[in-house]
Design a protein around this ligand. Sequence first.
Ligand code: SF4
Ligand code: SF4
Length: 223
Amino acid sequence: MELNELYETIEKIGVLTFSTIHEGEVHSRSAHFNGFDQDGLYFRTMANKPYARQLLETGRLTVCGISDARIEHKGAVPVFPPSITLRLIGEVRRVPPEVIIEKAKTNAMLETAAQDIENYPAMADGNFVMHRAKGELFDVDFEKEARDHKVIRTRFSFGGATFNPAGVRITDACIGCGACKEVCSFQAIEEGTPYRCIPEYCDDCGSCLKVCPVDAIQESLVF
Ligand code: SF4
Ligand code: SF4
């Protein structure tokens, strides 16, 4: 996935949750990206906020958001409307004010950031870029209104980050009984020798691990 495609999705979601670490605690707040270029995704805050200091101390940031967070109910059963969830795990660095001002001459998305540098002293050192990250899009249609699969997962990276593939792993110990395929409500297992998990459809729910008679299925790797 290219950064322009990623940014289009980010714009559709709007406000996201940005999380940092401080002394072992996770700190989250609502925020948004305000532009992108070949160097990554840009965002900003007031330079003296603890948030900015945590970004500088660790250089680490995770971001999460969903395009439609409503929960409806069919009787007592919660129903989640179709939506796209984004998560990013990455590295950030501060962008000097003169760099933002220069970039804004050819990148309209950064014009407001450049103006704020002129207008608010606290904004001068408050611009950051997520320059290296791995991410995942989780396209959900739990009621299968528009397609046959509840989830479609897409993993990607930029800036040289790497990631593990999604999904459980079925080993050669598989005896082909079909129990995993039968129990998988995500239709993420196909027949074969051995059977195979289709990573983009797998939810990592673990039901298949519970029913395999020969422990041929290994849990998914951490992203
Ligand atoms: S349940 Fe286990 S043995 Fe049976 S098909 Fe699936 S992986 Fe193979
Ligand atoms: S972990 Fe869940 S979604 Fe993934 S293959 Fe197994 S049963 Fe299907």
